[in-house]
Design a protein around this ligand. Structure first.
Ligand code: C2E
Ligand code: MG
Ligand code: MG
Length: 728
């Protein structure tokens, strides 16, 4: 904006003795001001003129100041207008406001000006001449600035609305609160003349915070840092909101003149924050902590010195519950369980659902052993109460693994792993609750060693297969062999499954082992004289070197192998690749496969294998859980009786009737019968008398290796390793 020459005049009188610099009386800016400035004495002579005016008329200041009067500058018409009309008006009113007057310019043309004038105290006058066209530009500029200011105000209001922010200012001396519309909106108020600090503070929910803030603002001089706090407010219509309040004192003349700040409605942001937090940390089904939150909480807890009790809980048979009641009601049961578990924890306890039906409780306790056991007992009791959502039909049991910090592990991962292993052991033992200590710890150590032993042997190709002959009892003719796995250690010592039985329980390990054995067996069956393609019962014992006839080979397959792949496809493909007839293979499967995994896929797989010529025998029959309906319905070829019945045949007279009954049952169902563990001719005679078809045992021959070095199974196109997800 140009300086206002008329107001400048009041503060600084021009020096009449220095006409050339007289325009400086308007201040330095007047020289370059975009308007002409003139002072006339009482006689109308020009006392001073600024550079702009001199430039307009094209004369130096020296020719103008003190030499001319304004009328002398004007055109005849302008002069007349000035002298007859404007001068009397100026004298009469003491002022002229923006009258139009044309000034000749240096090019001989006329410059239309808007003249404003004031009479001076000395009887002269001070004039400001604006170019009419420039004035127009000024007006446009001004209008633009006004529009911009309005736009800015509008933007500010929009920003306030969008950001949920309102601005406020408080005058402590007057206790006057001023605020933007948005600020009053946020507080749920209408602005009123009597708004003071209380208007703001009355909305706060927390009394301590209100008091604190009041004290703080009562002595704003003590506010060294801007105040920034979050608080809950209640609007007059009862709505709860969360606000963030920021303010700082503004100092003037050594005192706090105003406290100025903003208030931000963070209700939605906080709700979003909370929702995100819940999504990231809580299990959406039970509302308990999720696995991730549990882990971070455990980490934080283990960083402290306070002892902790950790209980991992696995609901027994929840799969069956799910199956029986359907997913929705099972979910409702998990919710109820979660609620019960959380209800067991005193202050400071932490409950989480880790996955599915697995929960964890963590509790700081001075005696963590006792606390963990106490919690374990409480969990068992809580689950023993029938679940309401099941209509009282379901009482649950849980297996629980316990661990105490720091005794069972200082690092959170180690502590958790310990409880997890304790849980696995407890589950393996059929349920209960325990720490992984003492005998249980020794068992786990043995299992780890067994697993390592088998894994290393598979990796280093130290797996071998020994063969034990089977004979037909009726005529003593060979009836194939059973393949039995052996491991040679690095020193060449041989060991059998009894030495690493735990490894066969490990799904991964058992699967690896079975695949290695199958590769060996298929390779052996392809060797000349093995009887490949000749049909069962055509060869002699395996220890005879080349020319031996293995006949049909019975291969033990763990339930883990059967479950983890499309086993039928895998086996048939391996047989085809090796060029071995399916009629050369018999599978020995254990009863638990049938009881636990009587899935249609498995049954269909067995049927497919049988149709191809593979025989399926139920191994160790008699001690497991196979029911008679399994024998009736499942696609199997025969029963291999658990050897303890045979080994105890002579010592315990109760074995014979059991064996007789089994043979009769098998015959009635068209199933073959094999007795293993035959150690003497007497037992063989007894079994023959009982009606058994086939026998196997030390009496006929021990498991033996093939004499010749075995060919490389991979090079021979043997079976690929069993892997999860392998399908044909
Ligand atoms: P199984 O399938 O019941 O095998 C018979 C076991 O009885 C073999 O023990 C065999 O050596 C032993 N045996 C044979 N005749 C007699 C006898 O007259 N008296 C006595 N006391 N024992 C006899 P082994 O080789 O130690 O195998 C033990 C178990 O390991 C097998 O029981 C089978 O369940 C498992 N197994 C063996 N090889 C494999 C395999 O390749 N894969 C899988 N998954 N398991 C295998
Ligand atoms: Mg067997
Ligand atoms: Mg057996």
């Amino acid at each position: 904006m140009p300086p206002n020459p008329l107001s400048a005049r009041r503060t600084q009188e021009p020096d009449p003795t220095a006409p050339d610099s007289a325009c400086a009386a308007y201040g330095p800016a007047a020289l370059t001001a975009p308007c002409g400035l003139l002072r006339l004495d009482a006689a109308g002579r020009i006392e001073s003129a600024n550079a702009t005016l001199c430039d307009w008329i094209g004369r130096p200041a020296a020719e103008v100041i003190g030499r001319l009067d304004l009328a002398g500058l004007l055109s005849p018409a302008g002069r007349l207008f000035w002298t007859t009309h404007l001068v009397p008006q100026l004298r009469l009113n003491g002022r002229l406001d923006e009258v139009s007057l044309s000034l000749p310019d240096r090019e001989g043309g006329l410059r239309r000006c808007l003249v404003s004038a004031r009479q001076t105290e000395a009887g002269g006058s001070a004039l400001a001449l604006f170019e009419a066209e420039r004035r127009h530009v000024f007006e446009e500029d001004q209008a633009r600035e006004v529009a911009l200011a309005q736009t800015r105000a509008h933007w500010l209001a929009q920003i306030e609305r969008m950001a949920e922010v309102g601005a406020w200012s408080w005058d402590p001396a007057q206790d006057r609160l001023q605020g933007s519309d948005r600020m009053f909106d946020i507080l749920g108020l209408r602005p009123g003349p009597a708004d003071g600090l209380d208007t703001l503070l009355d909305r706060l929910i927390s009394e301590p915070l209100r008091g604190q803030l009041r004290t703080c603002l009562a002595t704003p001089e003590t506010l060294r840092q801007p105040l920034d706090l979050e608080a809950g407010i209640r609007t007059p219509d009862g709505a709860l909101r969360q606000i963030r309040l920021f303010c700082e004192p503004l100092w003037a003349r050594g005192r706090v003149e105003r406290v100025q700040g903003v208030v931000c409605d963070i209700t939605r942001a906080q709700e979003d924050r909370q929702r995100l937090w819940r999504m990231a940390h809580l299990d959406d089904l039970t509302g308990l902590a999720n696995r991730h939150y549990f882990r971070s909480h455990l980490r934080a807890a283990c960083a402290g010195a306070e002892p902790l009790a950790l209980v991992l809980i696995d609901i027994e048979d929840f799969g069956a519950v799910n199956h029986r009641f359907g997913a929705d009601r099972a979910d409702a049961m998990l919710q109820e369980i979660g609620g019960r578990l959380a209800g067991l924890l005193p202050e400071g306890g932490f409950a989480a659902r880790l996955v599915g039906d697995e929960f964890a409780l963590l509790l700081p306790a001075t005696d963590p052993d006792a606390a963990a056991r106490g919690l374990g007992a409480a969990v068992a009791a809580a689950l023993d109460v029938p679940l309401a959502v099941s209509g009282g039909a379901v009482r649950l049991r849980a297996a629980m693994g316990l661990a105490a910090f720091p005794e069972d592990g200082r690092a959170p991962e180690a502590l958790f792993a310990r409880a997890k292993e304790a849980l696995s052991e407890v589950k393996r033992a059929g349920g209960g609750v325990d720490f992984l200590r003492g005998a249980m710890l020794a068992r786990v150590g043995a299992r780890r060693r067994a697993i390592a032993c088998v894994r290393d042997a598979v990796q280093e190709d130290r797996i071998r297969v020994w063969y034990q002959p089977k004979l037909r009892l009726a005529d003593g003719a060979p009836d194939g062999h059973e393949a039995l796995v052996r491991i040679f250690d690095r020193a060449g010592q041989v060991s059998g499954p009894a030495d690493w039985a735990e490894a066969l329980e490990d799904p991964e390990c058992a699967t690896l082992l079975d695949a290695a054995v199958l590769r060996r067996v298929l390779a052996d069956l392809r060797r000349p004289g093995s009887g490949c393609g000749a049909g069962p019962g055509q060869g002699q014992g395996p220890g005879l070197g080349s020319g031996h006839g293995l006949g049909r080979v019975a291969v033990n397959v763990s339930e883990h192998s059967l479950r983890r792949v499309d086993f039928a496809a895998y086996l048939l493909r391996a047989l085809a690749r090796a060029g071995v007839s399916p009629a050369q293979i018999e599978l020995e499967i254990v009863e638990t496969v049938l009881v636990d995994q009587r899935t249609p896929e498995l049954v269909a797989g067995f049927a497919r294998l049988r149709a191809a010529g593979v025989r399926i025998m139920l191994d160790d029959f008699g001690t497991g859980f196979a029911s008679l309906s399994h024998l009736r319905d499942l696609p199997i070829d025969g029963l291999k009786i658990e050897k303890s019945f045979v080994l105890g045949l002579q010592a315990d007279p109760r074995n014979a009737p059991i064996l007789r009954a089994i043979v009769m049952l098998a015959q009635a169902l068209g199933l073959r019968t094999v007795a293993e563990g035959v150690e003497s001719a007497e037992v063989a005679d007894l079994l023959r008398g009982l009606g058994f078809e086939t026998a196997q045992g030390y009496h006929f021959g021990r498991p033996q290796p093939l004499r010749e070095p075995l060919p490389d199974p991979v090079a021979e196109g043997g079976a690929a390793p069993l892997r999860q997800g392998v399908s044909d």
